[in-house]
Design a protein around this ligand. Sequence first.
Ligand code: PXP
Length: 248
Amino acid sequence: MILLGLNIDHCATLRQARYRSAAFTVGGAVEPDTVTFALFAERAGADGITVHLREDRRHIQERDVWRLRESIATRLNLEMSCTPAMTRLALKLRPDSVCLVPENRAEITTEGGLDVVAHRRRVTKCVDAMNAAGIATSLFIDPEPAHIQLSAELGAPWVELHTGAYAHAYFSARKRAKQFARLREGAARAHGLGLTVNAGHGINYINIAELRTLPHLHELNIGHSIVSRALFTGIEEAVREMKKRMNS
Ligand code: PXP
């Protein structure tokens, strides 16, 4: 069974759109509440909750991750850039896993995987610190052979293959087939090196039909499309429907 990690960043995006300066006013009608959202999602079958605490704090705030850490019953996966400040925070917070992602202030969402080859020193430091603390590290990478190989050498137990290029190419049969083949080969290579294979970015209720056939998939991290659907159906139905499509 493929697990679902629900990325709830965009629940916080909606809150910040109105309550940026008073995101945690006690007793105020500050909505939507990220913890309530996560608990409803868990009740519907989400296997873990993922949040990206960005350096620019554009959606998830530090207080969100601490409240989630105390409240959720499944696993907390913290997406973060590999900086000393985020490493210190993760070691204090002790999420169940961290996912190292690239961060670029100008981007709308995470674009492209982490270039572990170019940032080898920084990534190594962070992976070593997490391994020593017993926190599983996932590296969010493009399905490039050199990046997969190095991820295994650095001792990260998981990789999350970036599915954004595939999602982007979805409506062009030729480009999509090419991107899917890259992902399929990447998943096989990562599995062969002993890595647990996750995937994420741009996954929706349509492209899941093909993505779920990737070999060795452990978990998919999905955010935007589930949060979007939740506006119409509620988060519980949105989670149930995605889980059904992932595993039917
Ligand atoms: N996985 C990672 C590492 C991400 O950075 C993101 C987006 O922030 C996602 C998964 C979820 O992507 P989406 O919101 O497109 O489902």
